[in-house]
Write a protein that binds this ligand. Structure first.
Ligand code: B3K
Ligand code: ZN
Length: 883
């Protein structure tokens, strides 16, 4: 696989192994104020069969070569060419091992991209995935080059009493001049993207885990000074993750230590470096005063996700970056299963499906569309997407559904056994399930290469005379931006025929067309199939695609009466929620088609009653009831409308629905809100569910009463962040500009100005306020002394939230919201291209808006695309969005 010049494409079809094999890496990192010197010795060997004159070509990125020696002898400049991007060495032996010693000099303090080695609040920290290692030294920087690493770190003892790297600690000691060193040894072969080093003055929370074979693992979570106690929940989640992976997948941890470091400046959520996970401190530090229940759930998930990577990603890694879903989709599936087991399965599933629809569906249906396994890329960092992660997880889930639980586990066991220590491909992963479960997944594999969301159309017909119910399923896929195929795929469709008593009916069935049927699972393989159910006493309610068993757009011709019945009766709780959600989405989508200002009701009384019945049902889990009350997002409604969207109308419709529901259910919402407070705070799922329900109730009753008193009272009395920010959001979003709202915002700022993580919430909350003047607010906040472009969390909180979550002010008809974001992105791009590119993806839906906004959006994108010197990251997103 050859990297082509800037702006060009890397293709999966061009994959070939390296010319040289790497046997080992020995590194010394000497850290000083202002710079670092890196001495790396690579043990290499020409691969058998490679031409004797083929040069060794190593990757670099903004590097300066300081020295180069071959087997201990300084290399003459005639033997190599070094540029910041590449080091080419010629005249190397035809066979046998040799040692190449490379000296580079870098400036971590000047590294604002946060890739490679950088400094965050004085802490030296690395981030190498995908291609950051080449910013530290010249290297064969690709995931199929695996080797053991020995790493020595030297630094000033006061500036960096803690020195960490991958693997096990083997040696430490003092050096002259107040300096010291530590040596780490990682015996497991790993690719360079899993390399990590951290050095600084950090606090430590320790614990221990005894593995299933009785080995003791020392656990450490390192934080900024004074914050170690806030890592307690993360530590608990880590131990639960380790135990779960043993129980559920038979996977045991493999080193003597497992360390996590939490830092403030990080491009992503966290990183699974071998034995040394590095985290954005947002996903480690919590207590009830500073973190919401959502934050607790997020920490649990991300801790689990990174830990699970130790087997799915680290022990078995990816052959090339096209296979990214091999580790990411699979690991998301594993963390979803962990959360389902630790919390409540249906509620977790609803959350995952909401997320998929909010992030992956728009990607799959717009100009940035790509298959779960892309065939080409210009900038790999732009492919850490919802498609690779979340749709990737859905594909693993479908394999589990098709194989069945026991055979799925056998397939996973075979995968671990067959590929441990290797860099694998999707084909190899799939083959494990074919071999272990004896199933043919060749058609299923299309899911990995065909982009787009298939539509599953379902129709039914009841024959009263014959007492038969015929269900017809059709699948279709339209060609999209990725230009991939549209062949029929394998769709596992779980279903039930629900009787009036709320129980699933048994019925004899016969299949015609391209499908098979077993128990409650239809597997649709052709474009169309019909199932005839016989021997039914009366017409059943068809509950289809239970638990969202395939990532499709469901187009089910089903009347309101059937949906209302299922919302009440379906024994499958997920589908009970979906029946409601479909009713509400359908109503809001339809109402959004009417002109702005139209005052006809947006939602029928029957639907309101159904929603209130679910929310008020004390027999159901409060977290589920809170989900039932959460209206579809405005962006999701816009996506379903698809063309000529007027975001102001969508907002007006959602607001009207909230008012109608709140007014009709006022008495119940007062009751639910009153049930709020637990005497003692606990972050567990059941307590969090009660808080979610109470806060949802507060939202509706504030909408109905049209006054902020209840929210103000909750804000002032709050004893945890969930209730405090829940109330503040209602004040800032429903009562913007009012004196009491401003006072609460000021109070919040004063209370939490010492805590950057909470200040991010303060910025984000105001950036999301759905009124025109929020643009002036964000402009003002961008000039606030605590705003900085150098901290990714802060930029995401203000600029990212405004662009992604403020459907009103970002989409102001005058285009000023678009221009402000574009201006910020252009400035940010010079500092941190990964973040500018990520935020820029919010422009991708531009074609779906009404004419005025469409042309404003297009113009803004074109102006961005013409800026000289744009990063490869941002240029790629802008160009593909315009395509
Ligand atoms: N593997 C990292 C993501 C790296 C992103 C690089 N741009 C975190 C994760 O998915 O676990
Ligand atoms: Zn991951």
């Amino acid at each position: 696989m050859q990297r082509t010049e800037d702006g060009q494409t890397v293709k999966l079809a061009d994959y070939r192994p390296t010319d040289f094999v790497l046997h080992g890496v020995d590194m010394t990192l000497m850290l000083f104020e202002g710079h670092a010197e890196i001495a790396t010795t690579l043990t290499l060997e020409r691969r058998a069969g490679v031409a004797a004159d083929a040069p060794l070509v190593l990757d670099g990125d903004e590097l300066i070569l300081e020295s180069l020696a071959l087997d201990g002898e300084t290399l003459s400049p005639s033997r190599y060419v070094a540029t910041p991007e590449q080091l080419t060495v010629t005249g190397l032996a035809e066979s046998g091992r040799f040692e190449l010693a490379i000296g580079t000099r870098i400036a971590p303090e000047a590294n604002s991209k946060l890739m490679g080695l950088f400094r965050s609040n004085g802490i030296w920290c690395s981030q190498c995935e995908a291609e950051g290692f080449r910013r530290i030294t010249y290297f064969l920087d690709r995931p199929d080059v695996l080797a053991p690493y020995r790493v020595r770190i030297e630094a000033d003892r006061t500036a960096a009493p803690i020195l960490l790297s991958n693997g096990n600690p083997v040696e430490a000691g003092d050096l002259e001049g107040g300096r010291h060193f530590a040596v780490w040894d990682d015996p497991f072969n790993k690719p360079s993207y899993l390399f990590a080093v951290v050095a600084g003055d950090l606090d430590l929370l320790t614990d221990e885990f005894v593995t299933m074979s009785g080995r003791r693992v020392a656990l450490g979570i390192y934080t900024e000074k004074g914050r170690a106690p806030q890592a307690a929940y993360a530590m608990d989640a880590l131990k639960r993750s380790m135990a779960w992976d043993e129980r559920r997948f038979g996977r045991e941890y493999d080193l003597d230590v497992f360390n996590v470091v939490a830092i403030a400046d990080f491009n992503m959520g966290a990183m699974e470096n071998k034995g040394l996970n590095v985290f954005n401190h947002k996903y480690v530090l919590l207590d009830q005063d500073i973190a919401t229940d959502g934050d607790y759930a997020g920490v649990e998930t991300v801790i689990a996700h990174e830990y699970f990577h130790n087997w799915t990603g680290n022990r078995i890694t990816c052959r090339d970056w096209f296979q990214l879903c091999l580790k990411e989709g699979l690991t998301v599936y594993r963390d979803q299963e962990f959360s389902a087991d630790e919390r409540e399965r249906t509620v977790q599933r609803i959350g995952s499906v909401r997320r998929l629809k909010a992030h992956q569906f728009p990607e799959d249906q717009g100009p940035l569309q790509h298959p779960v396994r892309p065939g080409e890329y210009r900038e790999i960092n732009n492919f850490y997407t919802a498609t690779v992660y979340d749709k990737g997880a859905e594909l693993v889930r479908m394999i589990a559904t098709l194989a069945g639980e026991a055979d799925f586990r056998k397939g996973m066991d075979l995968y671990f056994e067959r590929h441990d220590g290797e860099a694998a491909t999707i084909e190899e992963f799939i083959a494990c399930f074919e071999d272990a479960a004896g199933i043919d997944l060749s058609q299923f594999a299309l899911w990995y290469v065909q982009a787009g969301t298939p539509t599953l159309a379902v129709s039914e017909s009841w024959d009263d005379e014959a007492r038969t119910h015929v269900v017809t399923l059709r699948q279709s896929l339209v060609p999209g931006a990725a230009g991939t195929g549209i062949q029929p795929m394998v769709l596992p469709v779980r279903f039930g025929l629900v009787g009036g008593n709320g129980e699933d009916r048994d019925a004899a069935a016969s299949v015609s067309g391209g499908a098979s049927l077993k128990d409650d699972l239809i597997v649709l393989t052709g474009r169309e199939a019909s199932i005839t159910f016989t021997g039914l006493p009366d017409r059943p309610y068809l509950s289809v695609l239970r638990d969202f068993s395939a990532p499709v757009t469901l187009d089910h011709e089903q009347g309101e009466a059937d949906r209302l019945a299922l919302a009440r009766l379906d024994p499958n709780l997920f589908n009970r929620w979906r029946a409601l959600d479909d009713l509400i989405s359908g109503a809001l989508t339809e109402a959004s088609g009417r002109p702005l200002g139209d005052t006809a009701p947006v939602i029928s009384e029957a639907v309101v009653e159904a929603l209130l019945a679910s929310a008020g049902d004390d027999g159901l889990d409060p977290a589920f009831r809170a989900q039932a009350l959460a209206l579809p997002g405005e962006a999701d409604i816009a996506r379903q409308i698809g063309v000529d969207v007027d975001p102001d109308r969508v907002h007006e419709v959602v607001d009207a629905a909230r008012l109608a529901i709140g007014t009709r259910g006022l008495a119940m919402f007062e009751r639910l809100h009153g049930l709020a407070a637990d005497a003692h705070f606990s972050p567990d799922a059941a307590s969090a569910g009660r808080r979610a329900l109470a806060n949802a109730a507060l939202g509706y009753l504030s909408a109905a009463r049209q006054e902020p008193a209840a929210a103000l009272a909750q804000y002032e009395a709050a004893t945890n962040m969930t209730d405090r920010i829940g109330a503040l959001a209602i004040l800032a979003h429903r009562f913007p500009g009012e004196a009491s709202t401003e006072a609460a915002l000021d109070d919040f700022y004063r209370r939490f100005e010492g805590d950057d993580l909470v200040l991010d919430k303060w910025f984000a909350l105001q950036a999301a306020a759905p009124f025109n003047g929020a643009l002036e607010t964000v402009i003002r906040l961008a000039g606030h002394p605590r705003f900085t472009m150098r901290n990714p969390n802060r930029v995401r909180a203000l600029v990212g939230t405004f662009a992604a979550s403020n459907q009103v002010a970002f989409h102001r008809p005058d285009g000023a919201g678009y221009r402000w974001v574009a201006e910020k992105l252009a400035a940010l791009d010079r500092i941190n291209p990964q973040i500018s590119a990520r935020i820029a993806t919010t422009f991708r839906a531009w074609r779906s808006f009404e004419r005025g906004r469409r042309s404003q959006l297009e113009q803004t994108l074109r102006q961005l695309s013409e800026i000289k010197g744009l990063s490869k990251d941002l240029q790629d997103i802008v160009d593909r969005s315009l395509k």
